[in-house]
Ligand binder design. Structure first.
Ligand SMILES: [Zn+2]
Length: 212
């Protein structure tokens, strides 16, 4: 899916050579990294990590495009697994209790066929053995796409769209909130606002890409 070379038997979607060349940030090793600085003061969080840099002409955009618009959900699972392998044994991962993908609205999920963040979360869960918690954090409002919006418009668009339908299910947990790409951070912030009603909840965040 990156270089167009034929895959060998053990490879899936992306050849091993391209996997090694992925523009990893390794920012899970660095507290106060750029993603954490972006979210500082907006919601209470523990750590934030993004797997790769999402550069316009880089390797990640075509992969995310395959995942989101060409229904290649296996790319999400695969990238989630590779990210999970990087995170294994790290201080970033150690305190996490469970993984929660940023939800899509059910209507949107039906149109796309799956939630791309959930596919990434599945890969992470497979490798780390952390449970996936689905259906507790929900997207209650069907809203239009974010891509052509300014930072303020994005926030207006998402600030009230998430709900927690069973706050006790998340009480006393340290959750890893998973999304495909972090851009302005408005989606993560909106999830964080909804999650604040859960008693003694801690939030860390993992995304495949970062754009800033
Ligand atoms: Zn390749």
């Amino acid at each position: 899916m990156v270089c167009g070379e034929e895959l060998i038997q053990s490879e899936e979607c992306i050849c091993l050579r391209c996997v090694y060349k992925l523009p990893r940030t390794h920012n899970f090793k660095y507290p106060d990294n750029a993603a954490e600085q972006l979210m500082a003061g907006r919601i209470p969080f523990e750590r934030i990590a993004s797997f790769c840099v999402y550069a316009k002409k880089g390797m990640l955009p075509p992969l995310i495009h395959q995942l989101k618009y060409h229904r290649h959900k296996e790319v999400g699972v695969l990238l989630g697994r590779i990210f999970g392998e990087d995170l294994l044994g790290s201080d970033f991962l150690k305190p996490i209790d469970a993984i929660v993908p940023v939800p899509l609205h059910p209507k949107k999920e039906k149109i796309r066929g799956f939630n791309q963040a959930e596919m990434i979360a599945r890969g992470l869960s497979e490798v780390t053995s952390l449970p996936l918690l689905l259906g507790v954090l929900i997207r209650a409002v069907f809203n239009p796409t974010q891509t052509k919006r300014t930072k303020t418009q994005r926030w207006e668009n998402v600030k009230h769209i998430f709900r927690v339908n069973d706050p006790d299910a998340f009480a006393d947990k340290h959750l890893l909130l998973v999304d495909d790409v972090i851009t302005t951070g408005s989606t993560i912030e909106a999830c964080g606002v909804a999650l604040q009603q859960c008693h003694r909840l801690k939030i860390s965040v993992a995304t495949l890409g970062e754009v800033f």
